[in-house]
Design a protein around this ligand. Sequence first.
Ligand code: AMP
Ligand code: ZN
Length: 112
Amino acid sequence: MDNCVFCKIIDGSIPSNKVYEDDKMLAFHDIQPETPVHIVMIPKEHIASVDEVNAENSDVIAHIFSKAGEIAASVGLENGYRIVTNCGPDAGQTVFHIHFHLMGGKTLGKMV
Ligand code: AMP
Ligand code: ZN
């Protein structure tokens, strides 16, 4: 997808600090971390947001969640973590390639 920063990270034209990669997904450190550990997990397929997830493409979302615990452990999140997904303007989504923020490294406090 042209002009998608995360597609450019996937194709290597924008560098990233990767923590996990396979044929379906990539996980890398967020460039502006909001918590001591802040990883972004993305599918390699361009899906704009949760609104675009459907029966045909949802396998990759399940795949990301199947790897989240392993990724969290690999970056030292032994005491828990939070996964956040922003969808649309009210949630403050800024990159329209679906992604899951994997956040931790401190007590996060109640959010919901
Ligand atoms: P959101 O606001 O939920 O759309 O999240 C987008 C996230 O992508 C933000 O936390 C940004 O800091 C992060 N981000 C944007 N560009 C990059 C990049 N080149 N490398 C790593 N993280 C990025
Ligand atoms: Zn993309």
